[in-house]
Write a protein that binds this ligand. Structure first.
Ligand code: MN
Length: 188
């Protein structure tokens, strides 16, 4: 049996006005420059970074927990609104290192999509608005995309031993992207 460390129960307060975790152990900030290579229009990303002094792209608020079978990891994830060229702001996206692990994303604010793919070519995009709970099943790589005008804020829960694999998505990308054309969302 894998090790599961015994820890004491605790409570975390989520601020429903700020839509942030109070007293997180970790606040991870991702600036626009980490997205080099991910957007279709790379020059537009360079302009965004060059012109705006590398603006905030997305951030997570987390508690430190054992990354072990049996534990549940969780975070608040906040993705800024905007476009790179015509493409809506998105996260890098990842598979789980242990691919047979799922995840729950509960949308607290904003609107957008959870974009998903499997390594054998299946694609899915689930619409998210405040109150949408998206179930990301095992084996599906996942990325969030903000198509709205305010931050896309989500509460996420995943198995402690899932791990993150960013490399495969960085190489493969997703089969479809989400663009803003004539004020509309286009998935292609
Ligand atoms: Mn995940």
């Amino acid at each position: 049996m894998p090790t599961t460390t015994l820890i004491n129960p605790f409570t975390v307060q989520i601020d429903f006005v700020e839509l942030a975790m109070r007293e997180p152990d970790a606040h991870n900030v991702r600036l626009a420059s980490v997205m080099r290579g991910y957007y279709k229009d790379q020059e537009a990303l360079d302009r965004l970074i060059g012109g705006g002094g590398d603006p905030l792209h997305y951030e997570t608020f987390e508690k430190h927990l054992p990354e072990e079978y049996g534990h549940l990891l969780f975070c608040i994830s906040k993705l800024q609104p905007g476009v790179v060229g015509e493409e809506y702001f998105m996260t890098k996206g990842h598979y789980h290192t242990r691919v047979n692990t799922g995840e729950i994303y509960f949308c607290l604010q904003g609107q957008g999509y959870m974009v998903m793919k499997t390594s054998d070519g299946k694609f899915d995009a689930q619409r998210m608005t405040r109150g949408s709970l998206v179930y990301v099943p095992p084996y599906w790589g996942h990325r969030s995309v903000n198509t709205g005008g305010e931050p896309l804020t989500m509460f996420c829960v995943w198995p402690g031993d899932a791990g993150h694999n960013y490399g495969d998505i960085e190489r493969e990308g997703f089969p479809k992207r989400i663009f803003q054309r004539d004020g509309r969302e286009v998935i292609e």
